[in-house]
Design a protein around this ligand. Structure first.
Ligand code: KIV
Length: 279
């Protein structure tokens, strides 16, 4: 079966980092999605996403971990290269995994270089104020950086799980005012965009109105300049439905049904049939 071709309203032009700023000015909502392999990268690219995030969510989605902490830089390099080879127009953003950028700015630059050599066009890292110097160091060597503040999954243990942030006021980690400080710090350090994850929608809208760089929301409401979701959530391949993540299809059901049909045809001796056999 062939896949549908991209609709007429999907620009064929390769999305580049400077386009992100233009999208914000033009009010073009940025559609970003995660992908980790060539097959899905090709499909989501064809479907017209603006950017593909090779997220460290690969740890939970593909590797079966309960959080993103275990995934290694070498593994991210592998997935970034698979995605970058397959896509033709969407911007490819590679996630810096836990432990690959927190030690020093030099470590962060070296890790970013590895993702860029694998085909990323920008890197993403988690953290606001505390990561400003790191963002600056990476940006200074002309590697575009996407920030990520709010519910930062690599802070799983500090947060005590995946917890919505910004519901309390104050400048301590997770406080509303702190998130505004984080957003400004990320922008001033030179980030080209920032992911806002797991924060109240009014706070996300306020940050979006105050920043000149685009905000990409996940669990942050409609007021962001764009949205990102994990591919397996969008396709309904995940076992659970997160409050903020809609299943736009039920591929889980379809995968099980197709496999059940295969098992039953093999057992019945009706597969392979004549048409699929060599003579
Ligand atoms: O790793 C990831 O998929 C992410 C998104 C959920 C923003 O960081």
């Amino acid at each position: 079966m062939s896949t549908p071709s991209a609709g007429a309203n999907i620009p064929s032009k390769h999305v580049r980092v400077p386009d992100l700023a233009r999208f914000k000015v033009d009010g073009h909502k940025i559609a970003m999605i995660t992908a980790y392999d060539a097959t899905f990268a090709r499909l989501v690219d064809q479907a017209g996403v603006d950017a593909i995030l090779v997220g460290d969510s690969v740890a939970t989605v593909m590797q079966g971990h309960t959080n993103t902490i275990p995934v290694e830089l070498d593994e991210m390099v592998y997935h970034v290269s698979a995605v970058a080879r397959a896509r033709t127009r969407a911007l490819v953003i590679g996630d810096l995994p836990f432990g690959s950028y927190q030690v020093s700015s030099q470590q962060a630059v070296e890790s970013s270089v590895r993702l860029m050599k694998a085909g990323a066009e920008a890197v993403k890292l988690e953290g606001g104020l505390a990561m400003a110097d790191t963002i600056l160091a990476i940006s200074r060597v002309d590697i575009p950086v996407v920030g990520h503040i709010g519910l930062t999954p690599q802070s799983f243990h500090r947060m005590g799980g995946h917890r919505v942030q910004g519901r309390t006021s104050g400048h301590d980690a997770g406080g509303r005012e702190r998130l505004l400080d984080d957003a400004h710090a990320v922008e001033q350090a030179g980030a080209c965009a920032v992911v806002l994850e797991g924060i109240p929608l009014d706070l996300a809208a306020e940050i979006t109105s105050k920043l000149s760089i685009p905000t990409i929301g996940i669990g942050a409401g409609i007021g962001c300049d764009g949205q990102v979701l994990v591919l397996h959530d969008v396709l309904g391949l995940s076992e659970t439905t997160l409050t903020f993540a809609r299943h736009f299809a039920d591929l889980r059901g379809q995968v099980v049904a197709a496999t059940q049909q295969y098992v039953s045809d093999v057992r019945a001796g009706s597969w392979p049939d004549e048409a699929h056999s060599f003579h």
